[in-house]
Design a protein. Structure first.
Length: 219
C-alpha cells in the first residue's frame, strides 16, 4: 500500500466503525467543556464524568465558580488527581474570563492557551468540540496509533500533530481525532493489545511494530 492508500483505508475504516461519534467528556457549553478537559489531564474521562456533576451543581459558569475558594474547588475535584494545580487553574481562568471576556470562552486557541492550566491540547479540544473549528488535539491514544500506523516518526505530540494535519484533510480533523481515540481504546490499547482485533494496524502497521508484537507474543 502507498501512504495515500493507507490514509484512505484508515479514514474509511474509522468512518465505518464510528459513524456517530460520542464526545468523551460530558458538558453542556464551552465553559463546562473547558473545565472538564482541564480536569481530564492525567486522569480518565470516566472519573472526570463522575466528578464534574458535583462541581457544576455548585458552579457551572465562571461567575459562580469564582465565588468558590480554590480550597473548595480542590476538595470537590480531588478524585481526578492533580487537584492543587487544577483547582487553581479553574479558579484563575474563571476570574480571567470575567475580567477580560465578559464570562464568554474565546474561540481562539492562542487566547485559550493564555489561561492558567490550559495547554495546547486542552485549547484544541475546546475549539474543535465546542465551536466546530478544525483542530487536531493529540492525546496518548492518537500519539500511539499514529506511530503504530507509520504515519509519524515524531518523538512527541507536537510532531505527531503536525504529521496528522499534513496527512488528513482539514474538514476531517474534528471527527477523526475522536474516532482515533475511540479506536485506540477499543481495538489498539497500550496494554492487553490483541492485533487480531486491530484491523487497521494489522493491515497497514509499521513493520517494526508488527515484528515486535509477534516477537513479544512468542516469548
Amino acid at each position: 500500500m502507498t501512504k495515500a492508500e493507507k490514509v484512505n483505508f484508515t479514514i474509511k475504516t474509522l468512518q465505518e466503525l464510528y459513524p456517530e461519534i460520542p464526545v468523551p467528556l460530558d458538558h453542556k457549553d464551552p465553559y463546562t467543556l473547558l473545565i472538564a478537559v482541564l480536569m481530564s489531564a492525567q486522569s480518565t474521562d470516566v472519573r472526570v464524568n463522575k466528578i464534574t456533576p458535583l462541581l457544576f451543581e455548585k458552579a457551572d459558569n465562571p461567575y459562580d465558580m469564582v465565588k468558590l475558594s480554590v480550597e473548595e474547588i480542590r476538595e470537590i475535584i480531588k478524585p481526578v488527581g492533580l487537584s492543587p494545580m487544577k483547582s487553581k487553574g479553574i479558579h484563575g481562568l474563571s476570574k480571567i474570563l470575567i475580567e477580560k471576556y465578559n464570562g464568554v470562552v474565546p474561540k481562539e486557541i492562542e487566547l485559550l492557551e493564555e489561561f492558567p492550566a490550559v495547554g495546547h491540547k486542552t485549547a484544541s479540544v475546546v475549539v474543535s468540540q465546542a465551536f466546530g473549528i478544525p483542530a487536531f488535539p493529540v492525546d496518548t491514544h492518537i500519539h500511539r496509533l499514529m506511530y503504530r500506523w507509520g504515519f509519524t516518526n515524531g518523538k512527541n505530540v507536537v510532531q505527531t500533530e503536525k504529521d496528522a494535519k499534513r496527512l488528513f484533510d482539514k474538514e476531517l480533523w474534528n471527527d477523526l481525532h475522536l474516532q482515533i481515540i475511540w479506536y485506540g481504546r477499543e481495538y489498539s490499547p497500550a496494554r492487553g493489545w490483541n492485533l487480531d482485533k486491530d484491523i487497521i494496524t494489522k493491515t497497514i502497521g509499521r513493520k517494526s511494530v508488527l515484528e515486535n508484537y509477534y516477537k513479544t507474543k512468542k516469548t
